[in-house]
Design a protein around this ligand. Structure first.
Ligand code: NAD
Length: 419
């Protein structure tokens, strides 16, 4: 034995988080064991014709973790490093996310091992259409509904919907969400993750008695979630003191203008050196003295190593899995309020649910209606999680897991075992 410790995989972390909470809940052992496993885990390999005439064999995954409360729901990521294990973890997190905000879906996730940055649009389209056929037995508007995730987008959802609909001979927009607006996409979906996160920050600030226009905010990651969260918070009067991307960060103690930083990023490819800002590293941004830190980039950013030095009062997890279980305990002991990912970034899947509802009833809402319904769900869910955390004297993540796991276990129990 070398005694070396390897980092835990995403699935090991997902199971660790689940076990820590499930064993304290009043759930029978059969149901508790059932929820540790994906219901369906498909691995497929299929040929794709490349532009130069060669054929590439591509591996893809679709995992449905649980469908006790409704059809599976979760994104598909296209990434060269995606693994079956990671997709299983993400599918499980989707089950808890849908349950914590009370939308009637189970959890699922998909992945295709490929590098879309090195592929033509034609190659991505052929890969997407063939992958859709390979998993077509598993997906469907009442079975499992994919959505965009890392390196997939509205166009890819359009191809999934078209392939599925063409094969069935029926227009079936409810088979995927995150579609373009002309094909049944929902108004407000693009901003939904950031908007939902901002609703939770407003509730946290209210709870802590800090007015929004006194908040100093740092945002890690300046993509869909991070850049939109920064501009919505700026519009609320918050001072955005630092933002970052994969190349580094931009700091301005007096507060920066998120729209100007976005324009700079569009021009130069990065937020670094935006006018009136100083360089700050991603590591230093996480340790800045601020009221709210919004991690909106990658997993495993807040760890046992940097958590003791962090000075934010609130961490609002727009990203999935930015905080390790060890860091969670450290932040809890320091009195930091962590709004966990399954709550803080659930706005995206919530508006995906609205998109699916609109597709099924073939009647479409205004953006104001979508945002109003989102605010209601986020505020209600935040209050339920905070109440549970205070009653049980646990951190917000464990409180969110307690609510979510109890809801899924109750549904599974009520459905019983077939046959
Ligand atoms: P995105 O690709 O639009 O943006 C990601 C940003 O992170 C980019 O600015 C990138 O430069 C930055 N980044 C990459 N590596 C970094 C590093 N090492 N340090 C700092 N920044 C880095 O992605 P997104 O859709 O905004 O997703 C961000 C996170 O939010 C992910 O964890 C994703 O799973 C989560 N999330 C997104 C949605 C959604 O609807 N977009 C929903 C739920 C959760």
């Amino acid at each position: 034995m070398s005694g070396e410790t390897r980092p835990k995989s995403a699935y090991e972390i997902a199971l660790q988080q689940y076990d820590a909470v499930a064993e304290k809940l009043d759930i029978d052992s059969g149901t508790r064991e059932l929820l540790r496993h994906p219901k369906t885990a498909l691995e497929v390999a299929f040929p794709v014709r490349m532009d130069d005439g060669t054929v590439k064999v591509v591996t893809g995954y679709r995992v449905i973790h649980n469908t006790a409360r409704g059809p599976g729901k979760g994104g598909i990521r296209y990434h060269p490093a995606v693994t079956f294990d990671e997709v299983k973890a993400l599918a499980m997190w989707m089950t808890w996310k849908c349950a914590v905000v009370g939308i009637p879906f189970g959890g699922a996730k998909g992945g295709v091992v490929c590098n879309p940055k090195e592929m033509s649009q034609g190659e991505i389209e052929r890969l997407t259409r063939r992958f859709t056929i390979e998993i077509s037995g598993a997906i469907g508007p009442h079975r499992d509904i994919p959505a965009p995730d890392v390196y997939t987008n509205a166009q890819i959802m359009a191809w999934i919907m078209d392939t599925y609909s063409t094969n069935r001979g029926e227009f079936t927009p409810g088979v995927a969400t995150g579609k373009p607006i002309p094909l049944g996409g929902s108004l407000g979906r693009n901003e939904a993750t950031a908007r939902g996160c901002v609703f939770t920050i407003r509730q946290a600030a209210k709870h802590l008695g800090i007015p929004m226009d006194r908040l100093r905010v740092a945002v890690q990651g300046y993509g869909n979630a991070g850049s939109i969260a920064a501009s919505l918070l700026h519009a609320d009067g918050c001072k955005i003191i630092a933002v970052s991307d994969s190349k580094g960060g931009a700091y301005c103690g007096k507060g920066l203008d998120p729209a100007k930083v976005l324009a700079h990023k569009k021009l130069t490819g990065s937020v670094v050196e935006a006018e009136g800002t100083e360089f700050i590293s991603n590591a230093d941004l996480l340790e800045l003295e601020c009221d709210v830190l919004v991690p909106a980039a990658l997993e495993n950013q807040i760890t046992a190593d940097n958590a003791p030095r962090m000075r934010a009062k609130v961490v609002a997890e727009a990203a999935n899995g930015p905080t390790t279980p060890e860091a969670d305990d450290i932040l809890f002991d320091k009195g930091v309020m962590v709004i966990p990912d399954i709550l803080a970034n659930a706005g995206g899947v919530t508006v995906s649910y609205f998109e699916w509802v609109q597709n099924l009833m073939v009647y479409y809402w205004t953006e104001e209606e979508v945002n109003g319904k989102l605010e209601h769900i986020m505020n209600h869910s935040f209050a339920a999680v905070l109440d549970m955390a205070e009653k049980k004297k646990v951190h917000m993540r464990n409180a969110a897991y307690m609510l979510a796991i109890s809801r899924v276990a109750e549904a599974a129990k009520l459905r019983g075992i077939y046959p």
